[in-house]
Write a protein that binds this ligand. Structure first.
Ligand code: NAD
Length: 499
């Protein structure tokens, strides 16, 4: 019998009374390894009530004590790093190295959250008028909620709840139903780190459970990461219900390759950034834009890409694992067929990919198209698989125009030896995260994760200073004290003479 994933309500791991359960499968084998419940209305109401109650005391806990919970949590996550990565690999199919990276990037956000006393500092100006001072405090919002995708089951929950809770909020997490075991382990360790009862709650499920959070008046802020269609829906419904919402969505990330770029760096970086993690990264490079004579490198890149091998999580030679589900595999293969039908040149075909020992895995081999144009469906859609589309232009201006016309704006990069070309690109490109000779420019948590355009709906981004602002309110105080009111508190001989 497969394991039943518990809910985490009011400081207890509890088995749901739900009649609806979702199978969690190992994508390399199709083995059902667990079942996640669709939390009932009663269970979700209990989670909200507990989070509301816990907020009343947690917001009063000294900020340095809140920071210490994060320090202990960071140490526990590091201690259990490999064990969490193994759980993660079992439900996502990621290779062990990739799974460890997923956990590590989450740990970095917890480290950032441990700096909460300085992150919360407000501003002060003395004598805004004679004898009047103005200063601001950063106060928590209340109950916040997070809805996370399948592709980073450690990193993305850790983008959310540690910072929200360090700010003094309480938090309800609704992880992806496709890989809920990793978040469950993260929560067990959070409890072990000394997080008080009720500060964090976990409900499982899908649309119905998300809708509950979107409509529940006690939930003040929603963080979402996932696909564009769901992100737009969540942003609209959440803001209509007067909530603060940040929704990080899908992407189509371009890498511009100038003819003066370091060729061997381009080849190795492009291969890793396009098919690594089976292309299931919101910052994966899915379009390579070859400028001028750089197009001559396309055959060599295709040859390198063809050598990349997917495989099982513990195979040290495997570059990446299977796709998350048979449906995801089918979707990617359909796009490959569509690309052929719409006239792109299939340079490397990843369909019908077999991996020894895993006959039932959701494998798609590395795939590369040449002669892709911007009117093709394979260019317009986020394929979310190990598929690289090569396009060709004659100038940096043309490359910029292509990237800026694309509706997404998560990440982009340029490979060049020219500072002037890089400067022009970084300044003019309408994308939120730019790499210069860096293929996947995900910022460390002391910056913020700043997708633009169709890749983000909201105002304040994840982690960094913006993350703190998202999970808090600013209170601005203007104060005046009258000197004539100073009392003789220390007895007759200690009177302060202010005259
Ligand atoms: P998804 O949108 O299918 O699911 C994300 C979450 O939304 C899950 O928790 C799911 O249960 C919930 N959900 C699904 N359908 C829903 C509906 N109709 N109504 C309400 N909630 C619903 O996304 P996914 O497939 O899990 O993740 C992959 C997507 O996430 C890709 O598009 C990827 O680009 C994106 N992503 C973006 C970022 C970023 O920072 N921009 C990071 C990681 C992933």
């Amino acid at each position: 019998m497969s394991k039943k994933v518990p809910l985490y309500i009011d400081g207890e791991f509890v088995q749901s009374q739900s009649s609806q359960w979702i199978d969690v499968t190992n994508p390399a084998t199709q083995e059902v390894i667990a079942q996640a419940p669709c939390a009932t209305q009663t269970e979700m109401a209990q989670a909200v009530a507990s989070a509301q109650q816990a907020f009343l005391t947690w917001k009063e806990v000294a900020v340095s004590e809140r920071a210490r919970v994060m320090m202990r949590y960071q140490a526990l996550l590091k201690e259990h790093h490999d064990e969490i990565a193994e759980i993660l690999a079992s439900e996502t199919g990621k290779t062990f190295e990739d799974a460890k990276g997923d956990v590590w990037r989450g740990i970095e956000v917890v480290e950032h959250a441990a700096n909460i006393p300085s992150l919360l500092m407000g501003e002060t100006v003395e004598n805004v008028a004679r004898g009047i001072d103005t200063y601001s405090f950063t106060q928590p919002l209340g109950v916040c909620a997070g809805i996370t995708p399948f592709n980073f089951p450690a990193m993305i929950p850790l983008w959310m709840f540690p910072l929200a809770i360090a700010c003094g909020n309480t938090f309800i997490l609704k992880p992806s139903e496709q890989d809920p075991l990793t978040p469950t382990r993260l929560v067990e360790l959070f409890e072990q780190a000394g997080a008080p009862k009720g500060v964090l709650q976990v409900i499982h499920g899908g649309k119905e459970q998300v809708d509950f959070l979107l409509d529940e008046p006690a939930v003040k802020a929603i963080s979402f990461v996932g696909s564009v269609a769901v992100g737009q829906y969540i942003y609209r419904r959440g803001t209509e219900n007067m909530k603060r919402v940040q929704a990080f969505a899908g992407a189509k990330n371009h890498c511009v390759i100038m003819p003066d770029a370091n060729k061997s760096q381009v080849i190795s970086n492009l291969v890793g950034a396009s098919v690594g993690a089976a292309g299931q990264r919101c910052m994966a490079i899915s379009v390579a834009v070859f400028v001028g004579s750089a197009r001559e490198w396309i055959p060599e890149i295709a040859a390198e890409l063809a050598k990349v091998k997917p495989g099982g999580w513990d195979d040290p030679d495997a570059a990446y694992g299977p796709l998350i589900s048979p449906q995801a595999k089918q979707r990617v293969e359909n796009f490959i067929t569509q690309g052929v039908n719409e006239g792109a040149e299939l340079l490397v075909d990843g369909r019908n990919c077999d991996v020894a020992g895993y006959p039932h895995g959701n494998w798609v081999g590395p795939t590369m198209f040449g002669k892709v144009t911007t009117d093709m469906e394979i260019y317009k859609n986020e394929i979310f698989g190990p598929v690289l589309c090569a396009t060709e232009v004659d100038s940096l201006d043309e490359a910029l125009a292509m990237v800026n016309a694309n509706p997404y704006g998560n990440g982009t990069s340029i490979f060049t030896a020219s500072g002037a070309a890089a400067r022009k690109y970084q300044h003019n490109v309408e994308v939120g995260q730019v790499g210069i000779n860096i293929p996947i420019p995900v910022p460390l948590p002391f910056f913020s994760f700043t997708g633009w355009k169709g890749s983000f709906f909201g105002d304040l981004h994840a982690y960094g200073k913006q993350g703190v602002r998202f999970y808090s309110e600013t209170k601005t105080i203007t104060a005046r004290w009258f000197e004539s009111d100073i009392a003789d508190v220390n007895g007759p001989n200690m009177t302060i003479n202010l005259k």
